[in-house]
Design a protein around this ligand. Structure first.
Ligand SMILES: NC(=O)c1ccc[n+]([C@@H]2O[C@H](COP(=O)([O-])OP(=O)(O)OC[C@H]3O[C@@H](n4cnc5c(N)ncnc54)[C@H](OP(=O)(O)O)[C@@H]3O)[C@@H](O)[C@H]2O)c1
Length: 283
């Protein structure tokens, strides 16, 4: 029987890309969606869509029915263990035999919701693969694209920190590999890009690609929070990005790791390549 993979977080940046890549590989995917209305805007192909919401335990059983491998995206909330443990318990009862869980770079160094979620997965008794991506390159388009395009300014609370940004397409490719290849069970990988850049270098690359001057303006933690909320970001999404920049300022996001290259057996996408591929965001 074909392996069935449940993709949670399928409407998110990484989940959407993972879904696309698994479908291209002909993998049997079940799509777990919190807000079913969003499925209408998603290219689901012939894959079944199920309701899956950590806040609604009644959605767990039908979501995990027939599933062998689970891609687990955890929401950022201080109640993470309250939400994730019951979901994993049901996954175990329903016979899920591998969890690929998305954490974040530095998860092992703090007590953030993603770090708590990782501990829950590691102690649940189901073989797991933990992926800890660095900040995503796609944040520039998602987070600041419209401001960069209209004003030529890149406001972020990064100071001079250097970050080995990773492309969400590479994180999705590594996730697909972890889901399909059992040799990745019981491994923890930190996924980074091929170079650590500061935001002055990022602004230089975006300027070169867009053909106009883009300037990085370092701002404070609180100003960033205010700006994102004024731009319509939810409190939750704002906290995720602000939290990631907080750890970047501590220098935790600078290291370039070999894990992604080893899994993909090729170089990770460079920031310059990302900037060209998504140039409509800045040009
Ligand atoms: N962005 C980064 O730079 C970065 C870096 C390292 C790690 N991470 C972590 O990697 C993970 C995925 O990142 P991403 O950028 O792809 O996230 P994203 O675009 O914000 O997507 C989050 C996904 O989780 C779903 N979700 C939220 N609350 C849920 C709930 N209660 N029940 C079920 N699903 C729920 C969302 O569904 P809706 O569409 O319904 O909201 C969405 O599909 C997150 O845990 C994030 O913290 C992100």
């Amino acid at each position: 029987m074909d392996k069935i993979v449940l993709v949670t977080g399928a409407t998110g940046t990484i989940g959407k890309e993972l879904l696309k890549q698994l479908k291209e590989q002909g993998v049997c995917v079940k799509i777990g969606i919190r807000d079913l209305k969003k499925a209408e805007r998603l290219d689901t192909g012939n894959c079944p869509v199920v309701h899956f919401d950590y806040e609604k335990p009644q959605t767990f059983k039908s979501a995990f029915e027939g599933v062998s491998s689970l891609f687990l995206v955890t929401p950022m909330t201080s109640r993470i263990d309250e939400l994730i443990v019951p979901a994993i318990d049901v996954a175990k009862q329903m016979g899920v035999d591998h969890i690929v869980s998305l954490g974040s770079i530095g998860s092992e160094l703090d007590n953030s919701p993603l770090s708590i979620a990782e501990k829950c997965v590691l102690s649940c008794g189901i073989p797991s693969t933990i992926l800890r991506p660095n900040l995503l390159m796609q944040n520039f388009g998602n987070l600041a694209g419209s401001i960069i395009k209209s004003s030529g300014l890149l406001y972020l609370p990064a100071n001079r920190s250097r970050i080995s940004f990773v492309d969400a397409r590479d994180v999705a490719a590594a996730t697909a590999s972890a889901l399909m290849d059992p040799s990745h069970k019981n491994h923890i990988y930190t996924l980074t890009g091929q170079e650590a850049l500061d935001h002055y270098q990022i602004a230089h690359i975006l300027s070169m690609v867009s053909g106009k001057t883009i300037t990085y303006i370092p701002i404070s933690h609180n100003d960033a929070k205010q700006q994102l909320q004024e731009a319509g970001w939810s409190e939750n999404d704002t906290e995720i990005i602000i939290g990631l920049y907080e750890i970047a300022r501590k220098g935790w996001c600078e290291e370039v790791r070999p894990d992604l290259r080893e899994i993909l057996k090729r170089d990770p996408v460079s920031f310059e390549q990302y900037a060209w591929d998504y140039r409509e965001n800045w040009s």
